[in-house]
Design a protein around this ligand. Structure first.
Ligand code: GLN
Length: 479
């Protein structure tokens, strides 16, 4: 079924490369025949088709990060997350389309053309970004699950727009070895699937220490994180008041209220909380992420990495670099490099980069002040045992998926605004999940599609660092 959907939905441009069909079929058959030694549980990836975002290295298919500069790149090795999936018996479906290097919120900045979601009466909608290809591949059942990356919301936002589950685990749990870096201090591999159980099955397969990734959480720290205890009994659910912004789509706001009611009916208690630094989180993110990106992308110069600009043999190095980078990077990536290089420059670093780092710390402290559990990575804890909350519930995005025609000539700031609810958890490294919750009839403007697509608004559950299992458990209650 997944393979025939890949043909049927080819025009949506969710994939940039597909694995060979014949070999997928052979593998699926042999998986059926010999599951020895494998976990073949209902939610195990064994014998399942999993799509991989194109900024995650695979040895058998190109890895381009949807950039012209990497259009010919084939990695000599698999990323650890891909290797673990293969070891668990998963079959790689192909590589999914995305915003170039993960920079964008609509999967429209791709060397391979934009990702398109079908809306009402042939209208085309944004599938979100930057993991829009992965989210749409899941939404249209072109695969069983997909991997994405989430630096500032790139798994959760597309999940919200396409109506699937998208999970960004705590920073440091899933290996980044073999994942093309955008902003190292924020980059997180995430999982997309049509239900929480699928996502959890993939997460469990990948959630192990990787000595190859220096930011992978050590086994000794992992063992302190277990939060199984808190899954039992009523939870204290926090409502972050700062997220109730004026421009929140009425359908999203109503779904938020209904979801809160539902949790209350289930015996949990609701508590308004304040996260005052949230209002500055987006600005801080868009200083920090481009700064890290400008440094990471410096290596694509046509000599060390990247396809060299044509006709530049014998040109002086500086001309070669400029030509290669001018031709190879798309306009949004160039904008980010300029922004990043500026905010790190001697004249601007104090007013931009350093300030943004301070805001990042305040955002982290805001979360620590409202959660009941203390942050196990931070020595100075605020420990609000009595009044603290277990999880936060808020929307994933301020609106439903916009029309492609509406975002066509939008200025970049508008695009950045889509991330306003997702970046705070990214800056703090916290686990966060998008859960699709169906919206009231009168607020619908997305066509119901086959393939498990649910007409929904995305609700986001955010937990304290390491409370990944709790976040997943609450997600199950909402679905
Ligand atoms: N839209 C955000 C950005 O462009 C987030 C991207 C991401 O999480 N990779 O930076």
């Amino acid at each position: 079924q997944h393979l025939s959907n890949q043909l049927k939905y080819e025009h949506l441009n969710a994939f940039v490369s597909l694995a060979d069909r014949a070999s997928i079929l052979t593998r699926a058959e042999s998986a059926d025949a010999s599951p020895q030694g494998h976990n073949v549980g209902k939610h195990s990836p064994y014998g399942r088709l999993v799509a991989i975002k194109d900024n995650i290295c695979t040895a058998d298919l190109p890895t381009t990060a949807a950039s012209g500069i990497l259009k010919k790149f084939i990695s000599p090795y698999d990323a650890t997350v891909v290797e673990r999936l293969r070891d668990a018996g998963a079959i790689i479906a192909g590589k999914t389309n995305m915003d170039e290097f993960g920079m964008g919120s609509h999967s429209a900045h791709s060397y391979f053309g934009r990702v398109k979601m079908e809306g009402l009466e042939g209208q085309e909608k944004s599938a979100g970004g930057s993991s829009g290809g992965s989210a749409l591949a899941v939404a249209t059942a072109q695969c069983w699950a997909a991997l994405g990356t989430d630096t500032g919301g790139s798994v959760r936002l597309p999940a919200a727009y396409t109506g699937v589950v998208g999970f960004k685990p705590s920073y440091g749990l899933l290996s980044r070895w073999g994942v093309i870096a955008y902003a190292n201090s924020l980059d997180t591999v995430g999982v997309l699937g049509s239900d929480i159980e699928t996502v959890e099955g993939v997460f469990d397969t990948l959630n192990v220490y990787d000595p190859q990734d220096p930011t992978s959480l050590l086994p000794s720290t992992r063992s302190c994180l277990s939060s199984e205890k808190s899954l039992w009994g009523p939870l204290r659910v926090g409502i972050p008041l700062e997220y109730n912004i004026e421009t929140l789509h009425p359908g999203v706001r109503k779904t938020w209220t209904r979801s809160l009611d539902l949790l209350q009916e289930r015996g949990h208690t609701l508590h308004p909380v304040r996260l005052p630094a949230t209002q500055h989180a987006l600005s801080a993110y868009y200083v920090l992420a481009p700064a890290e990106a400008s440094s990471n992308l410096a290596k694509y110069d046509g000599v060390r990495y990247g396809s060299r600009a044509e006709g530049s043999d014998g040109t002086p190095e500086s001309v070669l670099f400029a030509k290669t980078r001018g031709q190879g990077f798309g306009p949004e990536v160039q904008r980010r490099i300029l922004l990043g290089a500026f905010s790190l420059s001697a004249q601007a670093i104090d007013n931009y980069f350093i300030q943004a780092q301070k805001v990042r710390r305040l955002v982290q402290q805001d979360f620590d002040k409202v959660f009941k559990a203390c942050n196990r990575l931070v020595s100075r804890s605020f420990a609000v045992e009595e009044t603290g909350v277990d999880i936060l519930l808020c929307p994933t995005a301020p609106t439903l998926a916009p029309l492609l025609t509406d975002i066509e000539n939008q200025d970049p700031i508008h695009e950045y605004m889509n991330d306003v609810f997702t970046v705070p958890a990214s800056l703090a490294g916290l686990p966060a999940i998008n859960v699709p919750v169906s919206i009231a009839d009168e607020d619908r403007d997305v066509k119901v599609r086959e393939g498990g697509f649910k007409e929904s608004a995305g609700m986001q559950i955010i937990g304290q660092y390491g409370d990944d299992k709790l976040v997943l458990a609450v997600g199950k209650e909402l679905m």
